[in-house]
Design a protein around this ligand. Structure first.
Ligand code: FES
Length: 176
């Protein structure tokens, strides 16, 4: 092995936690405690806790990551490894309504492009962007498991299926 390769830091080395650590009101701490109590090992609660931190802070920011590392007794990098694996966890600010349009085969064949064009032209943004007021973000994603009702999209946790531009208008109009 070359000298350069042997200088790579081994993974077990601790990584500094940022100075600012997120804080939460007692009712949120109590919610977190309830999740932690469900698991024999606290690290198993990483995803539910991540969702709570994301919900409370809008996205998983560095102080939120530091909080999770401290609460779960894990390294800062352990939290980032999980956060960056799951598309439901956002490590950058995201709109209040996250519109995820499926771009995989069934949806593609059934008119995904028309739906994407319509959503983007209504909101004045491209996939991967957010509106200036922070209300909407649009992403193109892989199959959401609703291929029989293509084309479809997801807004936060809700599915909308068998889409047409008219249906998209109704969905967007209903989001206040
Ligand atoms: S291809 Fe779109 S939900 Fe499966």
């Amino acid at each position: 092995m070359s000298e350069q390769l042997t200088q790579i830091k081994p993974l077990y080395q601790p990584v500094d936690i940022p100075a600012e650590i997120a804080t939460f009101p007692p009712e949120i701490e109590a919610e977190i405690d309830r999740h932690l109590a469900k698991y024999p090992s606290s690290r198993s609660a990483i995803l539910p806790l991540m969702f709570i931190v994301q919900r409370e802070r809008g996205y998983l920011d560095p102080p939120g990551v530091a909080y999770l590392a401290q609460r779960l007794g894990l390294r800062y990098t352990d939290i980032w490894e999980v956060a960056t694996f799951y598309s439901m966890i956002h490590t950058e600010p995201i709109g209040r309504y996250h519109i995820q349009i499926c771009k995989t085969l069934s949806c593609k064949i059934m008119g995904e492009q028309k739906i994407t064009d319509h959503v983007c032209s209504r909101l004045g943004i491209k996939p991967g962007e957010s509106t200036a007021d922070g209300k909407f973000s649009v992403s193109l994603v892989e199959c959401l498991g609703s291929c029989g009702t293509a084309p479809m999209l997801q807004v936060n946790f809700d599915y909308h299926e068998n889409l047409t531009p008219e249906k998209v208008d109704k969905i967007l109009d209903s989001l206040t």
